[in-house]
Write a protein that binds this ligand. Structure first.
Ligand code: HSE
Length: 301
Protein backbone atom coordinates (compact mmCIF):
# COMPACT_ATOMS: atom_id res chain seq x y z
CA UNK A 1 0.00 0.00 0.00
CA UNK A 2 1.41 3.33 -1.09
CA UNK A 3 0.49 6.91 -0.12
CA UNK A 4 1.55 9.60 -2.59
CA UNK A 5 1.45 12.42 -0.03
CA UNK A 6 2.48 10.88 3.32
CA UNK A 7 2.77 13.24 6.30
CA UNK A 8 6.23 13.44 7.89
CA UNK A 9 4.82 12.03 11.09
CA UNK A 10 7.67 9.80 12.18
CA UNK A 11 10.45 12.37 11.77
CA UNK A 12 11.03 12.73 15.50
CA UNK A 13 12.31 9.21 16.13
CA UNK A 14 13.04 8.76 19.86
CA UNK A 15 16.63 9.04 21.06
CA UNK A 16 16.63 5.85 23.14
CA UNK A 17 17.49 2.68 21.26
CA UNK A 18 16.15 0.17 23.81
CA UNK A 19 12.64 1.56 24.30
CA UNK A 20 9.99 3.30 22.27
CA UNK A 21 6.63 4.88 23.09
CA UNK A 22 4.25 5.17 20.18
CA UNK A 23 0.96 7.07 20.22
CA UNK A 24 -1.68 5.73 17.85
CA UNK A 25 -5.05 7.41 17.15
CA UNK A 26 -8.43 5.71 17.25
CA UNK A 27 -10.21 5.56 13.90
CA UNK A 28 -13.72 5.46 12.58
CA UNK A 29 -13.94 3.18 9.54
CA UNK A 30 -16.48 2.75 6.71
CA UNK A 31 -18.17 6.17 7.29
CA UNK A 32 -21.38 4.32 6.42
CA UNK A 33 -21.17 3.32 2.74
CA UNK A 34 -17.36 3.16 2.37
CA UNK A 35 -17.18 -0.42 3.62
CA UNK A 36 -13.53 -1.52 3.98
CA UNK A 37 -12.39 1.63 2.04
CA UNK A 38 -12.87 4.87 4.02
CA UNK A 39 -11.72 5.97 7.47
CA UNK A 40 -10.79 8.97 9.61
CA UNK A 41 -8.31 9.21 12.50
CA UNK A 42 -9.66 10.73 15.73
CA UNK A 43 -8.15 12.69 18.59
CA UNK A 44 -8.46 9.76 20.96
CA UNK A 45 -5.31 7.73 21.57
CA UNK A 46 -3.60 4.65 22.91
CA UNK A 47 0.07 4.66 23.85
CA UNK A 48 2.13 1.54 23.27
CA UNK A 49 5.33 1.32 25.30
CA UNK A 50 7.80 -1.34 24.08
CA UNK A 51 11.11 -2.06 25.80
CA UNK A 52 13.82 -4.35 24.44
CA UNK A 53 14.79 -6.98 27.02
CA UNK A 54 17.70 -9.39 27.41
CA UNK A 55 15.54 -12.34 28.38
CA UNK A 56 12.12 -13.59 27.40
CA UNK A 57 9.37 -11.87 29.45
CA UNK A 58 6.06 -13.42 30.48
CA UNK A 59 3.97 -14.38 27.48
CA UNK A 60 2.01 -11.71 25.60
CA UNK A 61 -1.62 -11.75 24.44
CA UNK A 62 -2.40 -13.58 21.16
CA UNK A 63 -2.80 -10.24 19.30
CA UNK A 64 0.60 -9.02 20.52
CA UNK A 65 2.24 -12.38 19.72
CA UNK A 66 0.72 -12.41 16.23
CA UNK A 67 1.79 -8.81 15.46
CA UNK A 68 5.32 -9.22 16.80
CA UNK A 69 5.59 -12.65 15.14
CA UNK A 70 4.78 -11.20 11.71
CA UNK A 71 7.26 -8.35 12.20
CA UNK A 72 10.04 -10.75 13.25
CA UNK A 73 9.25 -13.10 10.36
CA UNK A 74 9.40 -10.30 7.76
CA UNK A 75 12.59 -8.76 9.16
CA UNK A 76 14.27 -12.06 10.13
CA UNK A 77 15.26 -10.45 13.39
CA UNK A 78 13.95 -11.53 16.78
CA UNK A 79 14.45 -10.24 20.32
CA UNK A 80 12.56 -10.38 23.63
CA UNK A 81 10.52 -7.34 24.65
CA UNK A 82 8.16 -6.08 27.32
CA UNK A 83 5.04 -4.11 26.55
CA UNK A 84 2.59 -1.75 28.22
CA UNK A 85 -0.56 -0.30 26.67
CA UNK A 86 -2.33 2.74 28.09
CA UNK A 87 -4.98 5.03 26.66
CA UNK A 88 -8.64 5.74 26.12
CA UNK A 89 -9.55 3.77 23.00
CA UNK A 90 -12.25 1.30 24.09
CA UNK A 91 -11.96 -2.30 22.91
CA UNK A 92 -14.41 -4.00 20.56
CA UNK A 93 -16.41 -0.82 19.96
CA UNK A 94 -15.56 -0.09 16.29
CA UNK A 95 -12.93 2.56 17.06
CA UNK A 96 -9.89 0.70 15.74
CA UNK A 97 -8.44 -0.36 19.09
CA UNK A 98 -6.83 -3.49 17.56
CA UNK A 99 -5.03 -1.30 15.03
CA UNK A 100 -3.69 0.92 17.82
CA UNK A 101 -2.12 -2.18 19.38
CA UNK A 102 -0.87 -3.81 16.17
CA UNK A 103 0.46 -0.58 14.67
CA UNK A 104 2.03 0.53 17.95
CA UNK A 105 3.88 -2.77 18.43
CA UNK A 106 5.12 -2.99 14.85
CA UNK A 107 6.33 0.62 14.66
CA UNK A 108 7.97 0.38 18.09
CA UNK A 109 9.67 -2.95 17.30
CA UNK A 110 10.83 -1.52 13.97
CA UNK A 111 12.51 1.34 15.77
CA UNK A 112 14.16 -1.06 18.27
CA UNK A 113 15.33 -3.26 15.37
CA UNK A 114 17.06 -0.28 13.72
CA UNK A 115 14.35 0.94 11.30
CA UNK A 116 14.49 -2.08 8.99
CA UNK A 117 11.10 -1.30 7.43
CA UNK A 118 9.65 1.90 5.98
CA UNK A 119 6.43 3.38 7.35
CA UNK A 120 4.57 2.03 4.28
CA UNK A 121 5.95 -1.47 4.96
CA UNK A 122 4.82 -1.25 8.61
CA UNK A 123 1.36 -0.16 7.40
CA UNK A 124 1.25 -3.14 5.02
CA UNK A 125 1.99 -5.54 7.89
CA UNK A 126 -0.89 -4.10 9.89
CA UNK A 127 -3.23 -4.31 6.88
CA UNK A 128 -2.22 -7.97 6.45
CA UNK A 129 -3.03 -8.62 10.11
CA UNK A 130 -6.35 -6.75 10.03
CA UNK A 131 -7.50 -7.98 6.61
CA UNK A 132 -8.79 -4.52 5.62
CA UNK A 133 -7.04 -1.11 5.43
CA UNK A 134 -9.74 1.36 6.49
CA UNK A 135 -8.65 1.62 10.14
CA UNK A 136 -4.92 1.05 9.60
CA UNK A 137 -4.37 3.70 6.90
CA UNK A 138 -5.84 6.68 8.80
CA UNK A 139 -4.22 5.50 12.06
CA UNK A 140 -0.80 5.61 10.35
CA UNK A 141 -1.30 8.71 8.24
CA UNK A 142 -3.85 10.81 10.16
CA UNK A 143 -6.82 12.61 8.61
CA UNK A 144 -9.24 11.08 6.12
CA UNK A 145 -8.11 8.05 4.13
CA UNK A 146 -9.59 6.40 1.04
CA UNK A 147 -7.93 3.06 0.31
CA UNK A 148 -7.70 0.72 -2.65
CA UNK A 149 -5.65 -2.48 -2.47
CA UNK A 150 -2.49 -0.58 -3.43
CA UNK A 151 -3.01 3.14 -2.91
CA UNK A 152 -4.06 5.34 -0.01
CA UNK A 153 -5.37 8.82 -0.64
CA UNK A 154 -5.17 10.90 2.55
CA UNK A 155 -6.21 14.42 3.34
CA UNK A 156 -6.18 16.38 6.60
CA UNK A 157 -9.60 17.11 8.11
CA UNK A 158 -10.63 20.58 9.28
CA UNK A 159 -11.03 20.76 13.11
CA UNK A 160 -14.41 22.48 12.66
CA UNK A 161 -15.89 19.12 11.59
CA UNK A 162 -16.96 17.35 14.80
CA UNK A 163 -17.34 13.62 15.35
CA UNK A 164 -20.08 13.00 17.91
CA UNK A 165 -19.14 9.61 19.28
CA UNK A 166 -21.67 7.51 21.19
CA UNK A 167 -20.25 4.31 22.65
CA UNK A 168 -22.79 1.81 24.03
CA UNK A 169 -21.63 -0.73 26.61
CA UNK A 170 -21.87 -3.46 23.97
CA UNK A 171 -18.79 -5.34 22.78
CA UNK A 172 -18.78 -6.45 19.14
CA UNK A 173 -15.99 -8.58 17.72
CA UNK A 174 -15.27 -7.56 14.12
CA UNK A 175 -15.08 -11.19 12.93
CA UNK A 176 -18.58 -11.86 14.33
CA UNK A 177 -19.93 -8.64 12.77
CA UNK A 178 -18.46 -9.72 9.40
CA UNK A 179 -20.16 -13.12 9.70
CA UNK A 180 -23.49 -11.26 9.80
CA UNK A 181 -22.95 -10.00 6.22
CA UNK A 182 -24.37 -11.67 3.11
CA UNK A 183 -22.06 -13.23 0.53
CA UNK A 184 -23.87 -11.61 -2.38
CA UNK A 185 -25.43 -8.18 -2.74
CA UNK A 186 -27.79 -6.55 -5.22
CA UNK A 187 -26.33 -4.40 -7.98
CA UNK A 188 -28.66 -1.53 -6.96
CA UNK A 189 -27.25 -1.64 -3.42
CA UNK A 190 -23.66 -1.63 -4.71
CA UNK A 191 -24.43 1.37 -6.92
CA UNK A 192 -26.05 3.20 -4.00
CA UNK A 193 -22.91 2.72 -1.88
CA UNK A 194 -20.49 3.65 -4.67
CA UNK A 195 -22.41 6.90 -5.22
CA UNK A 196 -22.40 7.85 -1.56
CA UNK A 197 -18.74 6.84 -1.04
CA UNK A 198 -17.75 8.97 -4.03
CA UNK A 199 -19.55 11.99 -2.57
CA UNK A 200 -17.92 11.43 0.84
CA UNK A 201 -14.46 11.19 -0.75
CA UNK A 202 -15.09 14.35 -2.78
CA UNK A 203 -16.32 16.19 0.34
CA UNK A 204 -13.20 15.31 2.35
CA UNK A 205 -10.82 15.88 -0.57
CA UNK A 206 -12.26 19.35 -1.24
CA UNK A 207 -13.03 20.24 2.40
CA UNK A 208 -16.64 20.90 1.30
CA UNK A 209 -18.11 19.07 4.27
CA UNK A 210 -21.65 20.33 3.61
CA UNK A 211 -21.70 17.76 0.76
CA UNK A 212 -21.75 15.03 3.42
CA UNK A 213 -25.42 15.63 4.18
CA UNK A 214 -27.34 12.39 3.46
CA UNK A 215 -24.23 10.70 2.06
CA UNK A 216 -23.72 8.27 4.96
CA UNK A 217 -26.58 5.96 4.01
CA UNK A 218 -25.35 2.43 3.54
CA UNK A 219 -26.91 -0.75 2.14
CA UNK A 220 -24.01 -3.18 2.38
CA UNK A 221 -23.34 -3.76 6.07
CA UNK A 222 -25.40 -1.61 8.44
CA UNK A 223 -28.75 -3.26 7.57
CA UNK A 224 -27.27 -6.63 8.64
CA UNK A 225 -25.32 -5.41 11.67
CA UNK A 226 -27.92 -3.17 13.23
CA UNK A 227 -29.62 -6.09 14.96
CA UNK A 228 -26.51 -6.25 17.18
CA UNK A 229 -27.26 -2.75 18.54
CA UNK A 230 -30.61 -2.05 20.17
CA UNK A 231 -32.14 1.32 19.19
CA UNK A 232 -29.80 1.62 16.16
CA UNK A 233 -32.32 3.36 13.86
CA UNK A 234 -33.65 5.65 16.59
CA UNK A 235 -30.13 6.83 17.50
CA UNK A 236 -29.22 7.62 13.89
CA UNK A 237 -32.55 9.34 13.24
CA UNK A 238 -32.18 11.41 16.42
CA UNK A 239 -28.80 12.71 15.16
CA UNK A 240 -30.13 13.88 11.79
CA UNK A 241 -33.31 15.35 13.33
CA UNK A 242 -31.09 17.51 15.54
CA UNK A 243 -29.18 18.79 12.52
CA UNK A 244 -26.21 16.41 12.13
CA UNK A 245 -24.87 16.05 8.58
CA UNK A 246 -25.49 12.35 9.00
CA UNK A 247 -24.76 9.38 11.25
CA UNK A 248 -23.45 5.85 10.84
CA UNK A 249 -22.09 2.76 12.56
CA UNK A 250 -18.41 3.29 13.35
CA UNK A 251 -16.48 0.37 11.85
CA UNK A 252 -18.23 -2.83 12.80
CA UNK A 253 -19.72 -1.17 15.92
CA UNK A 254 -20.96 -0.82 18.52
CA UNK A 255 -20.09 2.91 18.42
CA UNK A 256 -22.56 5.17 16.63
CA UNK A 257 -21.08 8.30 15.07
CA UNK A 258 -22.64 11.57 13.88
CA UNK A 259 -20.83 14.36 12.05
CA UNK A 260 -21.62 18.03 12.48
CA UNK A 261 -20.33 21.46 11.51
CA UNK A 262 -22.37 22.97 14.35
CA UNK A 263 -21.12 24.90 17.36
CA UNK A 264 -20.59 23.43 20.84
CA UNK A 265 -24.24 23.82 21.83
CA UNK A 266 -25.53 22.25 18.61
CA UNK A 267 -23.15 19.30 18.93
CA UNK A 268 -24.17 18.80 22.57
CA UNK A 269 -27.84 18.73 21.51
CA UNK A 270 -27.07 16.04 18.90
CA UNK A 271 -25.10 14.09 21.50
CA UNK A 272 -27.94 14.06 24.07
CA UNK A 273 -30.53 13.19 21.42
CA UNK A 274 -28.42 10.19 20.33
CA UNK A 275 -27.87 8.97 23.88
CA UNK A 276 -31.53 9.21 24.90
CA UNK A 277 -32.89 6.09 23.11
CA UNK A 278 -30.02 4.00 24.49
CA UNK A 279 -30.59 5.29 28.01
CA UNK A 280 -34.32 4.60 27.69
CA UNK A 281 -33.45 1.02 26.72
CA UNK A 282 -31.24 0.74 29.83
CA UNK A 283 -27.96 0.58 27.88
CA UNK A 284 -25.19 2.53 29.56
CA UNK A 285 -23.32 4.69 27.13
CA UNK A 286 -20.23 6.86 27.15
CA UNK A 287 -19.90 9.72 24.73
CA UNK A 288 -17.38 12.25 23.41
CA UNK A 289 -17.24 15.05 20.85
CA UNK A 290 -13.99 14.63 18.94
CA UNK A 291 -12.05 16.32 16.15
CA UNK A 292 -10.05 14.40 13.58
CA UNK A 293 -6.38 13.65 14.25
CA UNK A 294 -4.20 14.85 11.38
CA UNK A 295 -0.85 13.58 12.66
CA UNK A 296 -1.28 9.83 12.59
CA UNK A 297 1.09 7.54 14.45
CA UNK A 298 3.76 9.39 16.46
CA UNK A 299 6.71 8.62 18.68
CA UNK A 300 6.35 10.33 22.04
CA UNK A 301 8.85 10.98 24.83
N1 HSE B 1 -14.33 -2.29 7.52
C1 HSE B 1 -14.27 -3.10 8.69
C2 HSE B 1 -15.64 -3.73 8.92
C3 HSE B 1 -13.87 -2.25 9.85
O1 HSE B 1 -16.62 -3.01 8.83
O2 HSE B 1 -15.72 -4.93 9.19
C4 HSE B 1 -13.82 -2.93 11.16
O3 HSE B 1 -13.57 -1.96 12.17
Amino acid sequence: MFCKKPPQNLESSPMKKDEAIVRVPATTANLGPGFDCLGVALQLYNRIFVCRENELQESHSPMVEESAGLFFKRTRKRFPFSLKITGRVPRSRGLGSSVTVRAGIIVALNHLAGDLLTLAECLNLVVDLEGHPDNAAPAFLGGFAACSDDIVFREPVDPKLKFITVIPEIEIQTNKARQALPEKILLADAVHNIRNSSIITAAFASHQYALLENAFQDRLHQPYRKKLIPQFDRVLEAATKKGALGAFLSGSGSTLMALSLGNKKECAAIQSAMCRPLQQAGISTSTMILSADNKGIQFVE
